[in-house]
Design a protein around this ligand. Structure first.
Ligand code: GLU
Length: 309
């Protein structure tokens, strides 16, 4: 790699300047009205490496709504809690459909295509709600311990807004319940799901929290086993094939990293044996991916030679 810590910092600052007008090509998500309150020109990027270096630029220490990035944390908790039985209730195939599509779920008898589309994340939320006495607190504690920050919290304004506009997610959950693939009461499942989506974190916190996925399941700072090696492999495989909504194929084709985006405008990309990149810029393209976030990660991955392929 041709960058060291200081010229990487300079390059990241420069990339943000290059991208400074490109956010105008996207639109901030407003189907959850509280998400639309964010400043569209906000942008930040951060890289944390396994050897403890952190380089960030722009608003990389500003909290934002992690939305679907939370699906990674929920999935890890559910895998640890119920083991391989999870894969009887959710598949591991790309969906080829928008993240909140309901059509495929009926065809496939209430078994979601994968755990990072909404139906799959609702199924995972059911696993957590059914196996923890307080799944929302367990989720927060898990994320806080990974990020090393007790102040990570849920934005209740976003939570209430998701609840008030969550009819499609409710429909997905009720449809799965018809197929006997949801155990808990639907309001409890939705409450867990909206809570995890409404957690706010910074780019820096997200990179720190996900380092274990770049390190075969082990947190590099304290050697804690967060996930088995086999399950870390599986999460990265799912993120590579399904983490970028219906643009996952294109992202693998052009960038080549396991990644997950959220409609809050964040994208995390896992670089095995190296570290984690997170970019944030709220305006989204038609697939629901951050326009500038995609550009920032794509350029850094190319210039640092990070593709796994
Ligand atoms: N809370 C959002 C929803 O369920 C998450 C969507 C996303 O970030 O992909 O619609």
């Amino acid at each position: 790699m041709k960058y060291n810590q200081s010229n990487l910092q300079a390059r990241m600052n420069e990339l943000l300047i290059e991208q400074s007008q490109h956010y105008l090509q996207g639109a901030v998500a407003d189907y959850i009205p509280a998400l639309a309150k964010v400043l569209p020109s906000s942008m930040g990027v951060c890289i944390s490496t396994l050897d403890g270096n952190v380089v960030g630029a722009g608003n990389y220490q500003q909290r934002f709504s992690i939305q679907s990035i939370s699906k990674i944390f929920g999935l890890v908790m559910a895998m640890n809690r119920v083991g391989d039985s999870l894969w009887k209730r959710v598949n591991m195939e790309p969906s080829g459909q928008p993240f909140n599509s309901i059509i495929q779920l009926e065809w496939e008898k209430g078994i979601p295509r994968n755990p990072v589309i909404n139906a799959g994340a609702l199924l995972v939320s059911d696993v957590l709600a059914s196996h923890y006495s307080s799944s929302k607190l367990a989720f927060l504690n898990f994320v806080r311990s990974l990020a090393g920050d007790e102040n990570i919290h849920v934005n209740m304004d976003v939570y209430q807004s998701e609840l008030a506009h969550g009819n499609r997610n409710a429909a997905l959950a009720y449809l799965m319940k018809c197929f006997d693939n949801i155990d808990a009461d639907i309001p409890e499942v939705l409450s867990h799901y909206f809570t995890q989506c409404s957690v706010e974190m910074t780019c820096q916190q997200l990179t720190q929290s996900l380092l274990f996925l770049a390190n075969k399941g082990i947190s590099p700072s304290d050697n804690r086993v967060i996930l088995s090696r086999k399950d870390a492999h599986r999460v990265n495989a799912i993120l590579s094939t399904s983490g970028m909504y219906d643009q996952s194929g294109e992202f693998a084709f052009s960038v080549g990293l396991p990644a997950k985006s959220g409609v809050g405008g964040g994208i995390v990309a896992i670089v095995p044996n190296y570290g984690v990149i997170c970019a944030w810029s709220p305006p989204l393209n038609n697939f629901g991916n951050s326009v500038v976030g995609m550009q920032l990660i794509s350029k850094l991955a190319e210039e640092l030679g990070l593709s796994i392929f």
